[in-house]
Design a protein. Sequence first.
Length: 260
Amino acid sequence: MSDAADQIFATLKQSAQSGAPLYLQLRKSIEDAVNRGLIGPGDALPSERDIATKADISRVTVRKAVQDLVKGGILVQRHGSGTFVAPRMERVEQSLSRLTSFTEDMARRGMAVRSAWLDRGLYAPSPDEMMVLGLSSSELVARVARLRIANDTPLAIERASLSASVLPDPAGIGSSLYAALELTGNRPVRAVQRISAANLGDSDAQLLEVPPGIAGLHIERISYLASGKVIEFTRSIYRGDAYDFVAELRLTGPSEEGRP
Ligand code: GLP
């Protein structure tokens, strides 16, 4: 803990600020210190007791401020070892116009990619899967659910569904679904992707190592073969603090006006 960090609490102690509740004042002081780089990613915060003494406020107040900052993803608490400034995520800039796989996207950035399996197997399809993939209730769906990890940081949870006729052995896909599809001539050539905001539930947040309730991105991709047949229906949750999706926009020429 640097002298600079000690300053935060000294400042707080000196300035009987604005009449705002004390925990809000402390929260702001810590947040400002993080934003100004006085304390950096991975730095440990002093113990609750030390902060309380330094800032001359009660431990309950300190706990409330710290808990708020943990909820907001500014601080992280590690059981038994204390409270730290959260590691800063290097944001991934992802084009919305190229149909690439997670493995390719990360490899292009020089990031080491791996996945943790959450599920893989053949199942009776859900109504959604039947509708999107054009399956009947007597056919099976192959599900491949993975936690996608780049440079040891979990970035996304992806749950892909495909017809069992194109992926009869979901356990055998290796590290890349698209590479496996390519081998059988089933790699998609076109996709429609829908992105919406989502607050992460407890289990997704735990997998992605972020506080529950924090903002994330829900992404649904429906991919097609050249024949127009749907090949992949994937629902994913991406970390909101890790991704910038970028789309290039062009001024529509007069001949294209009115097109969808
Ligand atoms: C992206 C897409 C998914 C697709 C996946 C394939 O992440 N959002 O819809 O299933 O790439 O990636 P990989 O070939 O690395 O398994």
